[in-house]
Design a protein around this ligand. Structure first.
Ligand code: HC0
Ligand code: SF4
Length: 574
């Protein structure tokens, strides 16, 4: 510990603290822009490039950046002097002088950290004019809109992509005024190893990285009266969308959200959770088959599209170990167009499936050419939680005052097992619930598998089912996935099954969710919401969903059967 003084207050802080950390212990707020400390997922962006956090240190001629200056015994710091405040204003004004001023039409409007710091510092005028560093917009991916003209070179995206996700899609290019962060050789993002996980979007402070906005596409589909527009909502959306309307993270707003979707004019409001139950029927079947017949193990979950793209690029030698199941929202699309449409006597070509997802990679996934059947795409348009929030606001609904309503049927009924897909560990727990019943003939002693729950990035558990001892691993975050995959590649893994999700916390932490602004505690609250829904359901195992049972009886036949393979399974490519 060292003794220091901040604004005339004496305190003791650990010797490895920065001035910023020390000030936080006194609740003194020093503005920061580039700095981001997400230590629980091992991301600390410490480049000190924006200099918005400068403070005065006694005996030091220059101002010191609080985020990167370590404390020392006897240090005397002043955070609120006119000199440091003026310097911060100048730094931020300089950033703004090289930043487009189209805030009113920017997707980050009211969520932008540059906008906020400018307001907090009372900047009323920009005193600097001159050349702007303008770059073409990159819309080459179907998921991420990259406008480097809005980049402030904070490097948060680079740290996230390289250190947490270990994808290395982004780095600093060129020098001086031309400096930009982007894919090597200025390649379009859509042509790189980028997984579209959207975690760079989640931490970008400005509008430089945002989702590709599909809101207008959805309005246009809704306006086309020749179409039957069906919407499905992912499990993680209902515990987060309330945040966009001022509710606490984790508030469960399923009923209001369904009403909002009905008001927007969707013909049917269905639930991705229904298809998560379907995924479990197929995936548990595949898992049991591989375990009982000594086939290749471990089986890897395959519902996260960023994770799928990651292993296709990084581990092409292991393409035979992931489950062949499509993700639930793709299964949903196939079932809607080839089962539900038939039931309703509608031509599948006149059905539009819209997915509301917490994820930006789902936008890319929906465009993968193999995710179709008979020339009909499974899913037509994907919007994120944030985009649905914008539509509800555009339509002028008072979300908080909406009555609750129920999902439509038959594709709206689901189990608690489906709901937990939305958080890390949930897919494997859902699969274990059904596999345990099938392996023991129903002699199960529990439904909750607490041993696979948690928020740590890498977890393992041994689960006993009858005579079997199943070794399970769970990873969230692609860097953690890489650790597991490298062990498999070296033959050092004895797992039977592994769940992998690309985003911290799983889908609740997806790149399309309400911005967490650096507070990952929000994810824990969303996870609590997910488990609360599971507990409240009368059916908590996927195979007990009566509509799933009907679907197999009427249409699919057996799990893993011919029809299921045509519609619900897929392939991976190098
Ligand atoms: Fe997920 Fe999904 S759980 S990926 O995390 O599996 O996005 O919420 O919709 O498809 O169900 C995301 C969330 C989904 C899918 C489901 C899976
Ligand atoms: Fe990297 Fe994910 Fe962003 Fe792609 S979407 S650049 S993989 S952080």
């Amino acid at each position: 510990m060292v003794n220091i003084t901040i604004n005339n207050k004496e305190i003791q802080v650990p010797a490895d603290f920065t001035i910023l950390q020390a000030a936080e212990t006194l609740n003194i707020k020093i503005p920061t822009l580039c700095h981001l400390d997400l230590h629980n997922i091992k991301m600390v962006n410490k480049v000190a490039s924006c200099r918005a956090c400068v403070v005065e240190v006694e005996g030091r001629r220059n101002l010191a950046p609080a985020c990167s200056t370590p404390v020392y015994e006897g240090m005397k710091i002043k955070t609120d002097t006119i000199r440091s405040i003026k310097a911060r204003r100048t730094m931020v004004e300089l950033l703004i002088s090289d930043h487009p001023k189209d805030c009113l039409v920017c997707l980050k409007n009211q969520e932008c950290e540059l906008q906020k710091i400018s307001a907090d510092l009372g900047i009323k005028q920009v005193h600097y004019e001159g050349e702007m560093s303008l770059f073409p917009v990159d819309m080459s991916s179907k998921a991420i809109y990259r406008d480097s003209s809005k980049c402030i070179l904070c490097r948060r995206c680079e740290t996230m992509c390289n250190e947490v996700q270990t994808v290395h899609a982004l780095s600093g290019l060129d020098r001086g005024f031309d400096t930009v962060v982007g894919p090597a050789f200025h390649a379009p993002l859509g042509e790189t190893v980028c997984t579209f996980c959207g975690q760079c979007v989640a931490v970008c402070p400005t509008g430089a990285l945002v989702e590709i906005d599909n809101v207008s596409k959805v309005w246009n589909e809704l306006a086309d009266k020749s179409k039957t527009v069906v919407v499905q909502v992912a499990p993680a959306v209902r515990v987060a969308i309330g945040e966009l309307f001022g509710l606490e993270p984790g508030a469960v707003v399923t009923g209001k959200m369904v009403t909002a979707l009905k008001n927007l004019g969707f013909s049917y409001v269905f639930d991705t959770n229904f298809a998560a139950d379907l995924t479990i029927m197929e995936e548990a079947h595949e898992m049991i088959n591989r375990i009982q017949n000594n086939k290749k193990l471990p089986i890897l979950t395959s519902c996260c599209p960023a994770w799928v793209k990651f292993f296709e690029h990084q581990f092409p030698d292991l393409l035979d170990i992931p489950s062949s199941c499509k993700s639930p929202h793709e299964m949903f699309g196939a079932i809607t167009k080839h089962y539900f449409a038939k039931k309703m006597n509608i031509d599948p070509k006149d059905v539009v499936v819209v997915s509301v997802m917490p994820c930006v990679a789902k936008k890319y996934e929906a465009e993968r050419p193999e995710l179709e059947y008979g020339g009909v795409k499974d899913v037509d348009v994907v919007i994120t939680t944030r985009e649905l929030g914008r539509m509800i606001k555009e339509a002028g609904m008072n979300f908080l005052m909406l009555e609750d309503s129920e999902y439509d049927n038959p594709l709206g009924e689901s189990s608690g097992a489906a709901q937990i897909f939305g958080t890390t560990g949930g897919v494997i727990e859902a699969a274990l619930r059904t596999a345990a019943v099938q392996l023991t003939g129903g002699a199960i002693d529990k439904i909750d598998y607490n041993e696979v729950r948690g928020m740590e990035g890498l977890r393992e558990a041994t689960v006993e089912i009858g005579d079997l001892k199943l070794n399970i691993a769970i990873a969230n975050g692609l860097g953690n996935a890489r650790t597991l995959l490298e062990n498999i590649r070296k033959g050092k893994s004895n797992y039977h099954a592994i769940e992998i999700m690309a985003c911290p916390g799983g889908c609740i932490g997806g790149g399309g969710q309400p911005y967490h602004h650096g507070d990952l505690e929000i994810l824990k609250e969303r996870a609590k919401g997910v488990y609360a829904i599971d507990q409240s359901q009368s059916i908590r195992m996927s195979h007990e969903n009566p509509y799933i049972q009907d679907l197999y009886k009427e249409f699919l036949g057996e799990p893993g059967g011919e029809m299921a393979h045509k519609l619900l399974h897929t392939k991976y490519f190098e």
